[in-house]
Write a protein of this length. Structure first.
Length: 306
């Protein structure tokens, strides 16, 4: 059975072969007095079908060395490895020819990250964003949260893609963020992956930025949205065409009473600020944003904000 077939089996059943394929020895030693190297496994992960081992250590290179099992360990037979430095790669070779490479530092397994993410990218195709990523190794991988932001600060989960659990072959993933260009809150979309283990442990990828190529050039309000599920808090996005600029914000109710007045420093591109109306009555307000040259005004109805 090939490694690819074993991975397919692992997707549908929790057999012992799945556990064995995804586990490396916890430690190894060469102090048994017979010049052999012993590989020690945790009791629940000891494989039944190891045939040989290949060493690529700091002072030892040996291919397909035969093994014999002793309880929860495997030992080389008839070798002269008593002086081997136990730092480097050890490749387990199974009866069916599949392999698993493990890295050790002074005889202790160097536990890799649960997922070896070898590629992570995105591109705009028309109004959609196509995201692609690949893994070379997976262990206990429940899946990936895909998160998106328009200011590189506040991210929201937009999808969850299931992982392969345990894998020692390259796995390719993809996800399409449909029609995001027409729903964008800014001219750049930022994405990151949150890899989640079955035990809840999370690992965050680097952030990638994708230019949506929107035609913002003037000082303008681009969108108003709710903050989370709150009915009385909103986020206001606006485009600022210069690098740094003081912007004055004023909010008034329908009677003209000032609800809030403040100033912020706006950078070039999309900026965002939040407004809260928890302590006010009514659902209709008037917002103005002034950069000293242009005055923007917008009527805000709390009933019509997405």
């Amino acid at each position: 059975m090939t490694a690819e077939k074993i991975i397919t089996l692992c997707l549908f059943s929790l057999t012992s072969i799945c556990t064995a394929l995804g586990q490396c020895p916890s430690t190894m030693a060469n102090d048994n007095g017979n010049g052999d190297i012993t590989l020690f496994f945790e009791p629940s992960t000891t494989p039944n079908d190891l045939a040989s081992v290949t060493f690529d250590l700091e002072n030892l290179n040996a291919e397909n060395v035969p093994l014999q099992r002793f309880g929860n360990s495997y030992q080389t037979m008839g070798g002269d490895f008593s002086t081997a430095t136990l730092t480097g790669d050890v490749t387990l070779v199974y009866d069916d020819g599949s392999t698993l490479t493990c890295n050790f530092i002074e005889g202790v397994f160097n536990d890799p990250t649960p997922v070896d993410l070898i590629a992570w990218s995105g591109s705009r195709i028309s109004n959609d964003i196509e995201l692609q990523w690949s893994t070379a190794w997976e262990e206990n991988n429940a899946g990936f949260q895909i998160q998106r932001s328009f200011d590189a600060q506040r991210f929201e989960v937009i999808a969850m893609v299931n992982g392969f659990g345990n894998s020692v072959v390259e796995i390719n993933y993809n996800y399409t963020d449909i029609d995001i260009r027409n729903r964008a809150l800014g001219s750049t979309a930022y994405y990151r992956l949150i890899q989640v283990d079955f035990d809840g442990t999370q690992t965050t990828s680097e952030v990638i930025a994708i230019d949506l190529e929107l035609d913002y050039s003037d000082f303008e309000i681009t969108k108003v949205t709710r903050v989370g599920i709150s009915e009385r808090s909103i986020s206001v996005y606006f485009y600022n065409p210069v690098s740094i600029q003081k912007v004055n914000i004023l909010v008034a109710d329908i009677q003209g009473q000032i609800i809030e007045r403040r100033s912020i420093q706006a950078s070039r591109g999309i900026n965002v600020f939040d407004l809260g109306f928890q302590n006010t009555k009514g659902n209709l307000f008037f917002l103005s944003i002034d950069n000293g040259k242009t005055l923007l005004t917008k009527k805000i109805s709390m009933h019509n904000i997405e």
